[in-house]
Structures are given as C-alpha cells and as structure tokens.
Design a protein around this ligand. Structure first.
Ligand SMILES: Cc1ncc(COP(=O)(O)O)c(C=O)c1O
Length: 271
C-alpha cells in the first residue's frame, strides 16, 4: 500500500498462497503485477526473477515471501534483494513465518519494506504486524504523488507518530494490550537468544522428522530449503485428512494445519 501507486509495476514471486496474496494487494493498489511462478513446495527461483527484472526495466518493486507458510519452503531473501538492487527495485518482503524461526538479517541483506506477524514464531497473540522500512523505502513513501489508498496502513501518517515534528501525533488508537503481549514475547526471545531460538526450531524439526519418517510420511519440501518451523507432509493414500486432524485435536490436544490451495487435502502442515 505504501510503496505502490497506481500504474506502478511490481515483480511478484508466487510459490504458494501468500505470494498470491501479494499479487492481489498489488492489483488492489492499481499497480501491475508481473507474476513469477514457481511450483508449490519450491523456493522462489532467482534465475526466473532476474529474467523478469531484465524483461521489465520499468518495474519499481520486487515482492516475495521469505517463508511460504502454505508449503514450508524458504526462499533466499539475500540473493533476491541483491537482484532487486541491481535492477533499481525496492523489495517488499513477507516475513510472517520467518521472524524468530530462521535467520532474517534485514539490515545485512538490505531489505526495504518488511512485514511480519506476532502470532507465528514470536509465539504471541495475533493482531499485530511488526514492520520495518529502509531509508530508501521511507524516501519513496515521502515522495509519493498520491495519498496511500488506506488511511489505516498509511505509514506517512504513522511516521508522524514515530518521528514527526513534535512526535507522537495521533493516527490511531494503539492496541496497547496486544503491544504489551508483543513486548513480553520479545523479552522472552531476547532472554532465550535469537540464535538459540533458531536452533530450538531446528532441533524440534529434527525430532519431528525422525518420528514422521518412522511412520512412513514424506515431506513436501526438499531438505535444502525446508522451514524447520513449518513442516508440510503428504497425507498417505487412503487416510482421511479431516478425521486425522480432528482426532489429533480431540484426543491428543494437538492442532495441525490442513493443506492450503494446491495442497488442500494432499498435505498436513505442522508448526
Ligand atoms: C506468509 C504469510 N503471510 C501473510 C499471512 C497473513 O497473516 P494474517 O493471517 O495475520 O493476516 C500469513 C498468515 O498465515 C502468512 O503465513
């Protein structure tokens, strides 16, 4: 909403549900999405992205999902951001499922507009979306010709709260209860140590993998780019998807996710 104006062109990477959500939002902004598709379960292919950037020199943004929750695939945000810079594009990066679970080096990788969620690896209540903007992204927001289409998401107004003249000018009523919860989740993460949290997810993944493979279940995503925090496994032939999930929930108090989109009815997703 903030980096795009009507008529802008955006390269959108789509390898699952949430890449398509980005495409949807690009179009809702009145911008044009050039979609780079990858198979579900695979990471975004940097070669295809580079081809799209070359073929569309007028594109101003590259948008991609770092950790695709619908499949469990991790994309190489560092390489994608390098390509974007080489072709004068800013990056918009969905890190909803990566923040706190796997390395996400926003400054080192020079990502521009990055959004996450409180409810995934931060283990917090839902309802907040931590965001961060590079200087270049802030500059683009400040130099917009048109107003941001949404009052609620307008960061130029929120910037007035964060760092405007006089500071803390009113934009919206802050959801303070949720902010206290987020603060506490960040204190817990800080106490644990970010690297330890990444390791905890890897350790839990290894244990889960060993158990699932013993049961004969196979993973949707290859090990090289599999998210430890989001384990998608194929549902074995002849097994009823919904009844297994409801039995796990009702008898064992374990909730696992159904497959989404192309993987609906074909996979389970285990956090
Ligand atoms: C990668 C990704 N992006 C975006 C979203 C949307 O987040 P929310 O449901 O909080 O709107 C999700 C939610 O699961 C997600 O996993």
């Amino acid at each position: 909403m903030n980096l795009l104006e009507p008529g802008d062109k955006v390269i959108v990477c789509r390898n699952g549900v949430f890449g398509d959500r980005m495409r949807e939002n690009v179009e809702r902004c009145g911008a044009t999405a050039v979609v780079v598709d990858d198979e579900w379960g695979k990471p975004v292919d940097p070669e295809k992205v580079e081809e799209a950037l070359k073929a569309n020199p007028d594109a101003s943004v590259l948008a991609f999902v770092h950790a695709e929750t619908s499949t469990g695939a991790l994309s190489d945000a560092k390489t994608l951001a390098e390509l974007a810079r080489k072709h004068d594009c800013l990056t918009i990066v969905d890190t909803v499922t990566s923040l706190g679970g796997v390395p996400l080096l926003v400054d080192e990788w020079q990502l521009d507009a990055v959004y996450s969620g409180s409810q995934k690896c931060l283990s917090c209540v839902p309802g907040l979306s931590p965001v961060t903007f590079s200087e270049k992204a802030v500059e683009r927001i400040r130099n917009r010709k048109s107003k941001v289409q949404s009052w609620f998401l307008d960061q130029s107004l929120v910037l007035g709260y964060w760092s405007g003249e006089g500071k803390r000018s009113y934009h919206h009523t802050a959801p303070v209860n949720a902010l206290y919860a987020l603060h506490e989740s960040l204190v817990l993460l800080h106490n644990e140590g970010l690297e330890n949290a990444w390791q905890r997810h890897r350790d839990a993944h290894e244990l889960l993998k060993a158990g699932l493979e013993k049961l004969g279940l196979s993973f949707v995503v290859d090990e090289a780019y599999r998210l430890p925090q989001l384990n998608a496994v194929y549902i074995p032939d002849g097994v009823d998807d919904a009844s297994v999930r409801s039995r796990l929930l009702n008898d064992y108090n374990l909730e696992i996710g159904a497959g989404l989109g192309a993987l609906a009815g074909k996979a389970w997703r285990i956090g």
